[in-house]
Design a binder for this molecule. Structure first.
Ligand SMILES: Nc1ncnc2c1ncn2[C@@H]1O[C@H](COP(=O)(O)OP(=O)(O)OP(=O)(O)O)[C@@H](O)[C@H]1O
Length: 268
């Protein structure tokens, strides 16, 4: 099951995201905190990779680095010419804008001409099954629906000026962590469909081991802080998978044992 961390090589067409020897420290002197230590990791185009690890091991830090919201202290990160969008646990929609306007704003940021934004937003909302909700305000939607809007907005951030989806990397930071189990199951199905239709490359952070096995082509386990890649688990089961299937449960139990060992080792 274990795969060695990939050797430091330059990015190729087979790689959507590549981290080589990435470390990240916050603060300095006595206050220096090493969050990530020499992380090497790659995501192939169209691959769905789930990142698991104990609380505080640096998962969000890693996504922020890939999104270019922060700089690594050491190492390199390459996303080539892919469009990178990020989605968080909170949908973070503008409450005073309609659902459609929230998505249109992202299209505006991508340079889509004003006259085309409404229709494009409609198409994106249709792809998350919310075509009829464009005129609503976020507070009129359920939590699951708001996350669908956040997904449509993330997808909007990945279109080219001509509206076509470019090479696209979607970074997801516990996007379904605040939802009930039933809603989460539905959104797993939705995300899987959209991932396939749009050939997205996804790096998905979660605390939920079963969710990682339900969704990922590969599950990457990080050590307790400082985060290092300790083990990678390919997920061989056919899709779509059921989160409560014996196969998902069995691999999830194995990964959970490994995670417990890791947390125990560091007393986190
Ligand atoms: N901007 C910052 N300044 C200082 N320390 C930070 C900063 N961002 C993160 N940290 C610290 O880096 C470590 C890793 O944080 P991070 O949020 O990446 O962990 P995580 O694995 O995503 O945690 P969780 O699973 O609880 O969300 C933590 O100890 C955190 O306190």
């Amino acid at each position: 099951m274990t795969q060695a961390a990939p050797a430091a090589t330059s990015r190729t067409a087979d790689t959507a995201v590549r981290l080589d020897g990435v470390s990240k420290a916050f603060g300095s002197g006595g206050n220096r905190l090493l969050a990530l230590d020499n992380v090497s990791l790659s995501v192939a185009p169209g691959e769905f990779v789930c990142l698991l690890g104990a609380s505080g091991c640096g998962k969000s830090t890693l996504l922020n680095l890939v999104a270019d919201l922060d700089r690594p202290t050491a190492g390199t990160i390459d996303t080539g010419d892919a469009r990178v969008a990020m989605m968080f646990q909170e949908p973070a929609l503008f409450p005073w804008l309609t659902v459609s306007a929230n998505v249109e704003l992202a299209l505006k940021a991508r340079g889509v001409p004003r006259g085309e934004r409404r229709d494009r937003a409609g198409d994106l909302l249709a792809s998350v099954h919310l075509r009829d909700f464009g005129r609503k305000r976020p507070h009129q939607l359920s939590g699951g629906m708001r996350q669908r809007v956040a997904l449509a907005r993330a997808l909007a951030l990945t279109v080219n000026e001509d509206g076509a989806a470019g090479g696209t990397v979607l970074l997801m930071d516990e996007p379904f962590g605040a939802l009930d189990a039933m809603t989460r199951d539905l959104l797993h199905d939705e995300l899987e469909r959209i991932w396939t239709e749009r050939s997205l490359s996804i790096l998905f952070v979660t605390h939920n081991v079963r969710e990682a096995v339900r969704l990922g082509d590969r599950v990457v386990l990080l050590s307790s802080r400082p985060g290092r890649v300790v083990e990678e688990f390919p997920v061989p089961m056919d899709r779509p998978r059921r989160i409560d299937s014996p196969e998902v449960s069995s691999l999830a139990a194995h990964i959970t044992d490994r995670l417990r060992e890791e947390v125990g080792r560091h007393g986190a």
